[in-house]
Design a protein around this ligand. Structure first.
Ligand code: SF4
Ligand code: SF4
Length: 377
């Protein structure tokens, strides 16, 4: 059998929904990527800058590599919300896809070697120095979109990508499935933080997904109110996309993590380091670390004020060991006080913040609390 055909068949036998072959060569979007980096739109994703050369020419990853086998694993499922309405990106509700796709890629590499005599080498999932979507488009796995993701007629934007470097020169599969964004601009119009500078140009410095997952520091204060209920990631640009509205429900593939099934913004703001480390094993939700997740929870509690939320924000102000969390809790408490149902509830929240504005051990946090009390964004 044709080795390319056999490789694609094996990818499906291992469980991938999509597969294609591209040459191991500079990705078609290399120049656009360079311009994107030069404009600083990658925010704090410094590993992209550090790996610029390898991303521009992935042959540096494996000088013997000739082809890239690109695979896709669908993860479409219903929207995911915690008990108090805080939202988590759908992909993050269950097991960590890095582990799942990584395991499948290792199995595929073994099958390619044993069953097809192909020389499969390094596998890459998401964090590797590969411009995944560009190579996947070159392999015909989907078509590029104005939201910068790759779309597939059946799965829309709801699939993970992975790649295997092959030392064999396989014929590419460059024809993408039929489809395009056409005149649609739904994602550009719906983005809560206006993070698209142009169709296909995302500024991570304004993207909720970037800030709630990758940013380890303060979220810019002027953006926080726009985060709404998004505690981890953001699916808005995917949810409004007409492609994928009829995608199958594949929730059982990744399951639902216990902390998502029983979690809430209130609970996640109060987790200590030990509980966090123990409870989020195997979940993508551990990526921002304990303080990052608590920071995100505080923002949501400011945007969706409740009595329980005000109480945990008050406690976080005084007792959270992280200045990052205390600062964000102050911002959120001021916002929640404005929406309190009674003057007494508002006064209790503001008094707590005023005390923290003089008592917090960190100069920057005290200054931030003072701003929050003044009503500055
Ligand atoms: S993930 Fe959310 S914030 Fe980021 S570009 Fe999409 S809609 Fe905008
Ligand atoms: S919402 Fe519309 S413009 Fe955006 S990616 Fe989907 S089809 Fe393209």
């Amino acid at each position: 059998m044709d080795p390319r055909q056999r490789a694609l068949e094996l990818a499906r036998e291992v469980g991938f929904d999509l597969a294609g072959v591209a040459p191991l060569a500079p990705p078609p979007d290399a120049a656009r990527f360079d311009a994107w980096l030069d404009a600083g739109r990658h925010a704090g994703l410094d590993y992209l800058e550090r790996n610029r050369d390898r991303i521009a020419d992935p042959r540096a990853l494996d000088p013997r590599g000739k082809s890239l086998l690109v695979v896709g694993l669908a993860h479409s499922r219903a929207p995911v919300a915690l008990a108090d309405g805080a939202r988590v990106a759908r992909y993050a509700a269950g097991r960590d896809y890095h582990n799942v796709v990584g395991r499948m890629l290792r199995k595929l590499a073994r099958r390619l070697r044993e069953d097809a005599g192909l020389r499969a080498g390094r596998g890459v999932v998401d964090a590797g120095p590969v411009l995944e979507r560009s190579h996947a488009a070159a392999a015909g796995v989907g078509f590029p979109s104005k939201a910068t993701n790759l779309l597939h007629p059946r799965f829309g934007p709801w699939f993970f990508l992975g790649e295997l470097i092959l030392e064999d020169e396989l014929e590419p599969t460059p024809t993408p499935p039929a489809g395009s964004c056409g005149t649609c601009t739904a994602c550009l119009d719906a983005c809560p933080t206006d993070a698209f500078d142009a169709p296909g140009v995302l500024d991570a410095r304004r993207c909720i997904s970037y800030h709630t997952i990758e940013n380890r520091g303060e979220v810019p204060r002027e953006l926080r109110a726009s985060f709404g209920e998004w505690l981890f990631g953001c699916d808005v640009c995917s949810e409004v996309c007409p492609w994928g509205h009829d995608a199958p429900d594949l929730a059982e593939r990744f399951g639902v993590h216990d902390e998502v099934a029983g979690g809430s913004a209130v609970r996640w703001l109060e987790l200590d380091e030990g509980t966090f480390a123990e409870r989020f094993v195997g979940s993508p939700l551990k990526r921002p670390r304990r303080a990052g997740l608590a920071r995100n929870a505080a923002i949501v509690l400011g945007n969706r004020p409740t009595a329980a939320g005000r109480e945990v924000l008050l406690r976080a102000l005084s007792f959270d060991p992280s200045p990052l969390v205390r600062e964000t809790a102050g911002w959120a408490l001021a916002r929640a006080a404005d929406a309190a149902p009674s003057a007494a509830a508002a006064a209790r929240a503001r008094d707590g913040l005023a005390r923290a504005a003089t008592a917090d051990p960190d100069d920057d946090v005290r200054a931030a609390h003072a701003r929050s009390l003044e009503g500055s964004p």
